[in-house]
Ligand binder design. Structure first.
Ligand code: AMP
Length: 304
């Protein structure tokens, strides 16, 4: 089934204890679409870049089957730029620079050919822009998944509350869930988020895996303990892309399939962190994905 993804396509500059990059391709939607493209070849992107964004990278996306008809190119403007620095634990990072540039005035136009998408992923963006996308679709998709971050809780609370009412699944990290609900217990936090709108809540816990809440049930996916984590940037987006890409492939929105989607999302994310930016995802093979899924199965399978 077809998937529509909206989010940032950007330049990032990243610093980790293992090294530093100049401007490389980043952005939530870059990771989401690439990750989802492992599961479905019907991935449709809505985003905006400036004239400085390399045409070769757009061609690279297209070569992975990503439809870029909805990618606006503002020739005389600059792309969104974000820079971050990871602390030694690699789980926490400080944002050094956020330059909105083209994202500051982003009007998400939906090409007619995208109108019937059954799955919608609202990547991290201003909640008002996410809302516009939902409102511009003539038919509501069967599953709407949304990501957000603490920044929007600080500057756009009211818009965020309105957007939450429109989505089925919220995917956020533990720190953000606590900020959103003022609850320390993630179980209580999930309950409060259900009351805000989303029937399903995914809480990502970095190297400690992810939790899924919905239909009064709960499921935990581990993160695969890796020998080396090189750069966690985009892991959350890669997770979300794997999650919704898998569900789009199965054309399913049921809880049992969401559990599997959580494992596939975690699998894709475990590759993302092995190299800087989206580099590792570009060379990933189906065989590698399947082998790593089996590692997840072995990691948690036990009998009592
Ligand atoms: P993640 O590591 O999954 O949280 O996502 C990192 C990506 O989010 C980077 O590639 C950034 O370009 C992008 N990003 C950071 N801040 C923002 C923002 N305020 N709006 C949209 N995208 C952002």
């Amino acid at each position: 089934m077809s998937l529509l993804v909206v989010g940032s396509v950007a330049f990032d500059a990243i610093e980790t204890p293992f090294g530093k990059t100049d401007k490389i391709v980043g952005g939530a939607a870059s990771y989401i679409t690439l990750s989802a493209s492992y599961f479905t070849k019907s991935v449709n992107l809505v985003a905006v870049v400036g004239g400085d964004f390399p045409k070769a990278d757009i061609a690279l996306m297209q070569s992975k089957g990503i439809n870029t008809e909805g990618l606006q190119i503002k020739e005389n403007e600059k792309s969104f730029f974000w820079s971050g620095k990871y602390r030694n634990d690699m789980n926490s990072r400080d944002t050094l620079v956020t330059e909105l540039n083209v994202l500051g005035t982003f009007d998400p136009l939906i090409p007619d050919s995208y109108q019937n998408c059954e799955f919608l992923m609202l990547g991290n963006l201003a909640p008002a822009v996410q809302q516009t996308v939902v409102n511009r679709l003539k038919k509501r998709p069967k599953l709407v998944v949304m990501d957000t971050m603490n920044f929007w809780m600080d500057v756009a609370w009211d818009d965020l509350m309105k957007t939450l009412k429109l989505v089925d699944v919220l995917s956020i990290n533990d720190e953000e869930a606590r900020q959103l609900t003022k609850e320390y217990s993630l179980r209580k936090a999930a309950k409060k988020i259900h009351e805000m709108g989303p029937k399903y809540v995914i809480i990502k816990k970095g190297e400690h895996g992810a939790l899924l809440f919905g239909e009064g049930k709960m499921f935990a996916a581990p993160a695969l303990p890796l020998e080396e984590v090189f750069d966690p940037t985009g892991a959350g987006d890669t997770f979300a892309g794997g999650f919704i890409g898998y569900l789009a492939k199965k054309n399913s929105t049921n809880f049992e399939d969401m559990k599997q989607a959580l494992i596939y999302g975690s699998t894709l994310a475990s590759f993302c962190v092995e190299k800087f930016g989206w580099e590792r995802l570009l060379t990933l093979t189906d065989k590698e994905v399947q082998e790593r899924v089996q590692e997840f199965v072995k990691l948690t399978k036990f009998e009592v």
